[in-house]
Design a protein around this ligand. Structure first.
Ligand SMILES: [Zn+2]
Length: 428
């Protein structure tokens, strides 16, 4: 049993403008799950011995952050200079991913990556690995040891990249199926079919992937869509038989409900409508989109058109593992699209909203009784500028906006998995 008395914020219903906030709350955790949550005065009236609580009156406890699109092997290409998407892939990303042909390297990289994530307050993620099967095994082994709720997949790519990172339609499908059978639903782990994007997959590979999606309907599907104008033109030349980018997926059964499409910046009206009708999720990756000069995702317009949305870091195109910094970029991109991203919506998105968009809201993303108790603690005192600025915050929304605009991983003092600390900042 763990009892945390602090300021506590979450979204018990799926509405960003209706958070539940306790200025002096108590979170009770037993066997890794939320046993109860409420105002401290209620627990005191019920006779709880509050001396048993860990008491953090100035901190803010939130559900653990969920990052629904990232590439774990790309940590080593973050902040690579001077390229847009296609050159960035060829010059930096593909050579870096080739190193994962070494299982020892992949295992060490997976451990280090998850430690970094926890330090940034991210407790769950949807990860692209490399085309090497053991890159997925390495990440799952490391995640299982840490008891993380983690979804990952072997990248499928059988053309238009260096040989060292290519599979074939047959080997890609076989490896994916083996990985599904071994890992999907094991503990807190889940599998995502992961065609990198239709530029690096033949029609035969896309076809086989669509069959697997049909055969294993509880498995996720993640890929990229409409990121960069040169990419869209190139896709047209690789798959000239299709009317647009989305159709390269539709034609192979790769737009099941809940499929996660990174970027969706330059969708046509028809693609937007079809994506909404199919129940696909557009994953907004603002840091990456700004860094690679890909464009300004029309977040609000997609929402208005009925497309489900999520917000992600997309490292290594993104420049931080911090979901707080991701929100700062999201706010700025939305400003340029004449939409004001409210701080309640922003924090809802990286917790309950991303859980809902990825069909994990029955497990994580909020503190309803019975939910898995993954959480983060923010301490404004860790960053002098934030500590000073937050003193003049008028209300909770003002405070959250300061965290997302001025904050980063330095604000995170604890990240807990199933109620147990997995990361604790050293005392300063
Ligand atoms: Zn990506």
């Amino acid at each position: 049993m763990r009892l945390i008395r602090s300021r506590i914020l979450h979204w018990p219903i799926d509405q960003w403008h209706q958070p539940e906030y306790f200025e002096d709350g108590i979170l009770l955790i037993e066997a890794g799950r939320v046993l109860d949550l409420g105002p401290a005065e209620r627990f005191i009236a019920e006779g709880l011995d509050v001396t048993r609580c860990e008491h953090y009156p100035t901190r803010l406890v939130l559900p653990g952050f969920i990052d629904p699109h990232l590439h774990f092997p790309q940590v080593d290409v973050m902040a690579s200079f001077g390229a847009q998407l296609l050159d960035w892939l060829n010059d930096y990303t593909f050579p870096a991913e080739a190193r994962y042909s070494d299982p020892v390297f992949a295992a060490a990289a997976a451990e280090s990556f998850l430690d970094l994530q926890l330090r940034h307050g991210t407790t769950s993620a949807f990860a692209f690995c490399t085309s090497h099967r053991h890159s997925v095994e390495a990440l799952f082994c490391a995640a299982e040891r840490r008891q993380l709720r983690m979804v990952a997949g072997k990248v499928l790519m059988d053309q238009n990249a260096p040989d060292a990172i290519l599979d074939t339609a047959e080997s890609g499908a076989q490896d994916s199926e083996d990985l599904i059978r071994t890992w999907h639903g094991r503990g807190r782990l889940g599998y995502a079919l992961t065609p990198r994007f239709s530029g690096t997959s033949s029609s035969a590979q896309l076809q086989k992937t669509g069959l697997l999606a049909q055969q294993y309907p509880s498995v996720w599907l993640q890929t990229h869509l409409s990121e960069n104008l040169a990419e869209i033109a190139w896709i047209k030349s690789v798959h000239p038989q299709y009317q647009d980018y989305l159709q390269t997926y539709e034609a192979h059964g790769l737009v099941p409900k809940g499929a996660l499409f990174g970027h969706c910046i330059h969708l046509t009206e028809s693609e937007t409508e079809r994506l909404a009708d199919a129940g696909g999720v557009a994953v907004f990756c603002p840091s990456s989109n700004l860094f690679l000069g890909s464009g300004l995702m029309p977040f609000e317009a997609l929402q208005a058109a009925g497309v489900d949305l999520a917000i992600a870091s997309d490292i290594g195109g993104g420049t931080s593992l911090s979901m707080l910094k991701t929100l700062a970029d999201a706010y700025k991109v939305c400003q340029l699209r004449q939409y004001v991203l409210h701080p309640f919506e922003a924090f809802y998105r990286i917790t309950r909203g991303n859980a809902r968009a990825t069909a994990l809201e029955g497990f994580i993303g909020d503190f309803r009784v019975g939910q898995e108790a993954d959480f983060v603690m923010i301490d404004p005192e860790r960053v002098p500028l934030v500590a000073r600025r937050v003193q003049s915050a008028k209300d909770l929304q003002g405070e959250l906006f300061i965290y997302m605009t001025l904050g980063d991983e330095q604000l995170i003092v604890e990240t807990s998995i199933l109620g147990e600390p997995a990361y604790r900042a050293s005392a300063s």
